[in-house]
Design a binder for this molecule. Structure first.
Ligand code: FAD
Length: 278
């Protein structure tokens, strides 16, 4: 039986040093073996990584791949967003991950955009259908939302404003994802919801990230991760097993793709995809 290939996308963050830039180019070269549909590059809210994000996106485009800058609107003015969109167009960018972002400490106000839905509406008003606009989705609710119902309404607002597809926050419990997709569809939000997959390579980091973004680590997983202590090899082996199982479940259920948070490393994503036969 031949299976339709599952679209894969890859997320990177902009390196801070010239050595990091060279290292990331090598990581990307290895990961291109997966034939990613696109590669995205994160953006520091408030514009803190704007140059690094654009430089990484340009490098990916120059390598003949589709590249998508993340772009957050918190603290931004309409004029600067308009100028950035014009720059993206001039660079040949056709896809954007449109976000609100989080206000960096010491930042004054929200600026002229309150929510990601405002940014999506602005992108559509200014540039029509030029960009494929990705937005964030939260199967376990965004940590600042008042309730799952309110958060779903916020998601729906992004879809109505013109989002083309969404990428989820990382999760380790596929039921939360399936329920989110069902509820969003029932409300008429029928854009693809691509699961965001975070490989596990370090116990304390994954626990910290998950706690910060409101992703539940099931008790059985957390206990094992904590129980490995400093045994890095066991943590990596366990991480590969559970994340491969999660991807396999999602694939079997017919998800529209997998978006990997690579953390600028090729090894874990390549191994997960090898085990999945992708
Ligand atoms: P929104 O969709 O605007 O939601 C933010 C909050 O406001 C939610 O609680 C929502 O329920 C609420 N809300 C929205 N609309 C309304 C409304 N009309 N009324 C009342 N409440 C409302 N951060 C970065 O800084 N850089 C990145 O590159 C980055 N990439 C990401 C990629 C993905 C795939 C994901 C899932 C997240 C990413 N983030 C990134 C994190 C993101 O910026 C934060 O989670 C941020 O807090 C919310 O951004 P958002 O676009 O989801 O905001």
């Amino acid at each position: 039986m031949t299976m339709t290939p599952l679209p894969i996308s890859l997320e990177f963050f902009p390196p801070k040093t010239p050595e990091g830039v060279i290292k990331l180019a090598g990581v990307r070269e290895q990961l291109y073996a997966l034939k990613p549909q696109f590669c995205s590059v994160t953006y520091g809210a408030g514009g803190s990584t704007q140059d690094g994000t654009l430089a990484a996106v340009r490098a990916i485009l120059a390598e003949g791949r589709e590249a998508a800058p993340h772009f957050s609107c918190i603290g931004a003015e309409r004029a600067s967003v308009r100028a950035t969109l014009a720059q993206f167009r001039a660079d040949g960018i056709r896809r954007i991950v449109a976000l609100r972002g989080d206000l960096p400490s010491g930042y004054g106000g929200f600026g002229e955009f309150r929510y990601a839905s405002d940014l999506v509406a602005f992108i559509r008003a200014e540039t029509g259908d030029h960009f494929h606009v990705e937005v964030a989705a939260y199967p376990e609710m965004h940590p600042q939302a008042r309730s799952p119902r309110d958060d779903l309404a916020a998601y729906l607002a992004k879809v109505k404003a013109g989002a083309s597809s969404s990428i989820t926050q990382m999760f380790f419990n596929s039921d939360a994802y399936f329920r989110f997709v069902d509820e969003a569809h029932a409300l008429g939000a029928d854009i693809p919801v691509v699961p965001g997959i975070m490989p596990i390579t370090n116990a304390s980091n994954i626990i910290r990230f998950a706690d910060a973004c409101g992703a539940e680590i099931p008790r059985w997983m957390r206990l094992r991760l904590q129980g490995f202590g400093d045994d890095v090899e066991s943590i990596k082996a366990f991480g590969l097993d559970v994340i491969t199982d999660l991807c396999d479940q999602l694939r079997t259920a017919g998800v529209p793709g997998l978006h990997f948070y690579t953390m600028n490393q090729s090894g874990p994503v390549l191994e997960i995809c090898r085990r999945l036969g992708l």
